[in-house]
Structures are given as structure tokens and as C-alpha cells.
Design a protein. Structure first.
Length: 304
């Protein structure tokens, strides 16, 4: 155990709340008098454990953010965790957005919120974060972090998806390799999603019209946006090209900050550089909580 790990021992507990008759589970790391509340939305084929990997407190967003004075709520997205099997209540994007807002409100019912709520999303969770951030109910939001998402798939992911469509059973490992490339970016007992894997709800395989929705919703986001792509991203086009392409959509945001996480693969919050990534974005969260204005170069900047 490293010298830092004993400091990341804030209690993380699982909580289940009722949202219109549907049980919704979440991992919660609560601190007294928080600076703000972070709502962390995991990606596909995992659960909220993505943000608090068993046996790796140093990689945990919940523990690191709590040590910095933030309360963190990591709900299991609609159709995951306790809400698995209740997909009839969340067939449409609007239903899932309503459900997510209901979960957050239920979890915050008796908790201090500090100066507001910051959305932190990974991969498929970024869709839900964007729907929430572009919704009329987004008035209390401080900002948004979007990690592991883009508009154009990486050539390796395109090939893997084409192979999977032709033979889902035999070629599924190709998709897994793209998601978890390169192996050395992760601890051995983390690589491949060990201990945090989960079945995806049916709706995640149907994203017709998503590109049009993305353009429309991004333009409506009126809070600061932070975008992260990993150095070794293999699902989306990465580097300056991928970052600037996504940033160009957020025409209504007062501040767009771009970050390429060195040494990381697609799953930035469970890789060896997870702590570095979390600390980098937490600095942005702190600036949002303090109301720090954008630097001159960030005002209206969309070219990375």
C-alpha cells in the first residue's frame, strides 16, 4: 500500500432510494459541509463500482473527491444496479433523464449540497449527462466533465463493431480489446473490467438519431464543460482532432477546457493514471465551485 492510500479511506456506502416505485442504487461518499456535490455517471457494461474499484482506493474517484471536500454520488444508471429489470419505466431518453433527476433529488434529500452539483460522466454515461445538462432543470449545475466520448469512432473500434455485427460470439473479444487497450495502462486485476462488469440494458444497443441529438443538446449546455480523451483511446478519435471536434459543439458554454490524459486508455477512472486524471478534473470542479471565470483564451474557444 502506498503512503497516499490510507488518506483515501472515506467511507463509501451503497444506498437504494425509491423513484416512482423503481429502486435505484448508488455509491455515496459523503463529507460534512461539502464544497459541492459531484454526481458521477458510469459507462456501459459496468456499474457505479467503476468509480470505486474494489481493492484499489487510490483509483477511486469517490474517495479522492471526498478527501478534497466534495460529496460524491455515483448512481447506477437506468437499467443498472437495483433498477435492472425495470426497463419498462425507462424506454425513452426523456424517461431516463427524468429517472436520473429523480435519483439525484432522492439522494440529496437530506444532504448538504454546498454551492451546487457537478456532473462527471464516462463514455456511455456522457449521453445521460448531456441530456441532464441541456434540460431546463439544469439550473443548479456547476459544470460537466465528459470523458471517453466523441463523434467519430476510432478505426479500430469501427473494425471491431463490424466484426461483431457479422459474428457477435466469436468477435466480441475485439470490442473488449478496443475498450481496454493497452493492457499495461491498467493494474492486472482491473484490466478487462474484472469485478465491475455488468450486463447492459437493451436500450443501450439502440442509439438512432444520437448524432443529431448530440449536436442539439451540446449547443444548449450553458455551464462550463471539461472534456477528457485518453492518450491511448481506441473507441473514439482522440488527440487534438478528437478534442477540438467535440469542443466545437458547445457553442453556448462560457468555458470549454480540453484535456488529453497521458498514459491512459479508454477507462480513465480505473487505469494506473486514474489519480492523476481525477486530480486534474477536480481542479476544474473547484474552479467551477468558486465561480472562477474562463481565461481569455478559453472564452468561446472551440479549436482546442
Amino acid at each position: 500500500m502506498t503512503s497516499l492510500e490510507p488518506e483515501l479511506t472515506t467511507a463509501v456506502r451503497r444506498q437504494v432510494v425509491d423513484v416512482h416505485g423503481v429502486p435505484a442504487s448508488a455509491l455515496v461518499a459523503e463529507v460534512p459541509r461539502p464544497q459541492a456535490v459531484i454526481v458521477a455517471l458510469h459507462g456501459g457494461t459496468t456499474t457505479s463500482a467503476y468509480f470505486d474499484h474494489p481493492g484499489h482506493p487510490r483509483l477511486s474517484l469517490l474517495r479522492t473527491a471526498a478527501a478534497a471536500g466534495f460529496t460524491v454520488l455515483a448512481p447506477d444508471r437506468p437499467g443498472y444496479g437495483s433498477s435492472a429489470g425495470h426497463e419498462d419505466h425507462m424506454r425513452t431518453p426523456d424517461q431516463r433523464t427524468d429517472f436520473a433527476y429523480g435519483v439525484v433529488e432522492a439522494l440529496l434529500k437530506d444532504r448538504e449540497r454546498g454551492v451546487g452539483v457537478f456532473l462527471w460522466a464516462h463514455s456511455a454515461g456522457s449521453e445521460l449527462a448531456l441530456r441532464m445538462a441541456s434540460d431546463p432543470r439544469a439550473g443548479e449545475l456547476l459544470g460537466v466533465e465528459l470523458a471517453g466520448m466523441g463523434r467519430v469512432h476510432h478505426p479500430r473500434a469501427v473494425r471491431a463493431m463490424e466484426e461483431w455485427r457479422s459474428d457477435p460470439i466469436r468477435t466480441r473479444p475485439s470490442l473488449r480489446q478496443a475498450l481496454w487497450y493497452p493492457p499495461q495502462a491498467y493494474p492486472p486485476d482491473v484490466h478487462g473490467g474484472q469485478c465491475i462488469g455488468a450486463a447492459s440494458p437493451a436500450y443501450e444497443g439502440h442509439r438512432e438519431g444520437w448524432q443529431e441529438d448530440l449536436i442539439r443538446m451540446a449547443a444548449r449546455v450553458a455551464v462550463p464543460v471539461h472534456i477528457t480523451l485518453a492518450e491511448h483511446e481506441q473507441v473514439w478519435i482522440n488527440g487534438p482532432e478528437g478534442l477540438s471536434d467535440l469542443a466545437s459543439l458547445f457553442t453556448g458554454s462560457p468555458r470549454v477546457v480540453l484535456h488529453e490524459q497521458a498514459g491512459a486508455g479508454h477507462n480513465t477512472s480505473v487505469g494506473r493514471t486514474a489519480l492523476a486524471y481525477h486530480l486534474h478534473v477536480l481542479a476544474f470542479v473547484e474552479e467551477c465551485a468558486l465561480g472562477v471565470p474562463a481565461l481569455p483564451a478559453e472564452r468561446g474557444r472551440r479549436d482546442g
